[in-house]
Design a protein around this ligand. Structure first.
Ligand code: GTB
Length: 213
C-alpha cells in the first residue's frame, strides 16, 4: 500500500525544506518507498478530520493502511523499522542511531526552536535585544558539543542513519540565521546530507508544490 503523508498546502518558507514533512519525504526517498501527499491549509489542519490524524492539528502525519501516525520522529522511526537503509542491522549500532534521533529532537532542537521563535516573533518587543544573545549562546553550546562529537567523521555514528536525517533537519532550521556557518564541520555535515540524491528528490518535490502555489 502507498502511504499518504500530510504537508502544508502553502509552506511559510516557500517550500525550502524547513517544514517537517521534509523529514518524512526524505526518509521515504532514502528507502525507496513511493508516497502520496495530502495538502492541508492552516484552517483544515484545525478541523476534526485532520485532528483525527494529529491531535495537535499539525503536519506531518502518515497513513498506511489502518495505521495513522503523527510526530515526525515517530514516523521516521516507523519507516526505518520497516525498510532497510535508515537504521543499522547490528543491535548496538541501531540503538545508538536511535539515540541520535532522540538527541536531535529532545536535546538539540529545543534551543534552536526557542531561538528561531524569538528571532521570528519577538523582535518588536523592547526586551528582545537583551534576550537574543542568551538564546544564541544556548544554541552554540549544543553546536559546539555536536561538532566536537562529529569530529572528522562523515556521519554521527558510522553510516548515514535516521539519526543523521533528524539531526540535519533540526540544524537546517538555523539556515536563515547564518549561525551554522560559525561551526564549519556542522555546515559541511549538513551540506553532505543535502547532496544525497534522496534529499534532493524530497526537496524538489516539496519545492515544486510551493513554487506552483
Ligand atoms: N513535534 C512535531 C513533529 O515533529 O511532527 C511538530 C510538528 C510541527 O511543528 N508542525 C508544524 C505545523 O503543523 C509544521 S513544521 N504548524 C502549524 C500549526 O501548528 O498550526 C514547523 C515549521 C513550520 C514552518 C517552517 N517554515 O516555514 O520555515 C518551518 C518549520
Amino acid at each position: 500500500m502507498t502511504p499518504t503523508i500530510t504537508a502544508f498546502e502553502r509552506s511559510p518558507d516557500g517550500g525550502k525544506g524547513l517544514a517537517r514533512d521534509m523529514r518524512v519525504r526524505w526518509a521515504l526517498e532514502e528507502v525507496g518507498q513511493p508516497y502520496e501527499v495530502r495538502y492541508v491549509s492552516f484552517a483544515a489542519m484545525k478541523q476534526p478530520a485532520h485532528r483525527g490524524r494529529n491531535p495537535f492539528g499539525q503536519i506531518p502525519t502518515y497513513e498506511d493502511g489502518g495505521l495513522v501516525l503523527f510526530e515526525s520522529g515517530a514516523i521516521i522511526f516507523h519507516i526505518a523499522g520497516r525498510h532497510a537503509g535508515l537504521l543499522p542491522a547490528d543491535a548496538d549500532a541501531r540503538a545508538r542511531a536511535i539515540a541520535w534521533m532522540f538527541a536531535a529532537v529532545s536535546t538539540v532542537e529545543p534551543p534552536i526552536l526557542e531561538f528561531a521563535s524569538a528571532w521570528l516573533f519577538e523582535s518588536p518587543q523592547s526586551w528582545a535585544a537583551e534576550r537574543m544573545p542568551m538564546l544564541e549562546e544556548r544554541v552554540h553550546v549544543r553546536l559546539r558539543d555536536l561538532s566536537a562529537r562529529l569530529g572528522e567523521a562523515e556521519w554521527l555514528d558510522g553510516n548515514f542513519s535516521a539519526g543523521d536525517l533528524m539531526m540535519v533537519h533540526v540544524l537546517q532550521r538555523l539556515a536563515p540565521s547564518g549561525m551554522l556557518a560559525k561551526h564549519p564541520s556542522l555546515a559541511a555535515y549538513v551540506a553532505r546530507a543535502e547532496a544525497r540524491p534522496a534529499y534532493r528528490r524530497a526537496f524538489a518535490a516539496q519545492y515544486a508544490v510551493n513554487a506552483a502555489a
